[in-house]
Design a protein around this ligand. Structure first.
Ligand code: PEP
Length: 243
């Protein structure tokens, strides 16, 4: 049986007040899924302190591919680990498109994360143009396999996030999402058939309280990576309970 998981990606949103509010709003309930919050980096320590003695876990939104040195503005995976992170997102489409992270950078960040003892949440997904050109599976395959060249499949979660569904209100249908998740699991099985059955696969892209249940009910979907709706307590609580 795979561990179900819901991850909140706050992106560049929130403040200390939201940290306090969300922890009180979420920690009062218990969930079947593991629940992880990824706030902006300056709030990680505060979140870690507030979530002690709760079932909530903490994650980073990004990490450097470097361990240390003259890299102004970077945050290493071991620093995230030291301030209490268990997870880190790698290869989010906003990092790929807005910060020019290519497959090679994503692969090196993933290794850096795992070497520091974090579980890497590898994000993959096609653009609308690529979907319309029938390239969904080839894009996902390229992003997945290039990122996993030197990876440890024991410390891995994969999030399928069609770029056209992120923050747009357009969600992949449960069938579209399941089709790609099934393919991702089959690709993982080409690396390690046993481990592929254990890796949690998440769907991300405009998941809300009213569509979470049907998406999470799909066979190969083990939870979600949630952007906008993770900033609204009632929405996110309902999504966590929908797994
Ligand atoms: C995301 O940023 O990973 C995401 C899925 O965002 P949203 O839920 O807002 O589409």
């Amino acid at each position: 049986m795979r561990q179900s998981l819901v991850i909140a990606n706050w992106k560049l949103n929130g403040d200390l007040e939201l940290v306090n509010f969300m922890v009180s709003a979420l920690a009062s309930e218990s969930y079947t899924a593991d629940v992880v919050i990824c706030p902006p980096a300056p709030y990680l320590s505060a979140l870690q302190q507030r979530t002690q003695n709760t079932e909530l876990a903490v994650g980073g939104q990004n990490c450097s591919s470097f361990q240390q040195g003259a890299y102004t503005g970077e945050i290493s995976a071991s620093m995230l680990k030291e301030v209490g992170c268990e997870y880190v997102l790698v290869g989010h489409s906003e990092r790929r498109s807005l910060f020019a992270e290519d497959d090679q950078v994503v692969a090196s960040k993933l290794v850096a994360a795992q070497e520091a003892g974090l579980t890497a949440v590898l994000c993959v997904g096609e653009s609308l143009t690529q979907r319309e050109a029938g390239q969904t599976m080839s894009v996902v395959k390229q992003q997945l396999l290039s990122a996993l060249q030197n990876a440890d499949l024991n410390r891995l979660v994969v999030a399928y996030e069609p770029v056209w569904a992120i923050g747009t209100g357009m969600t992949a249908s449960p069938e579209q999402a399941q089709e790609v998740h099934q393919e991702i699991r089959a690709l993982l099985a080409t690396i390690d058939a046993q481990q592929a059955q254990k890796i949690s696969l998440l769907y991300g892209g405009s998941v809300k309280a009213d569509n979470a249940e049907i998406i999470f009910a799909q066979e190969d979907i083990d939870g979600g990576l949630i952007g906008g709706a993770s900033l609204v307590a009632e929405q996110f609580r309902a999504i966590c309970s929908a797994v």
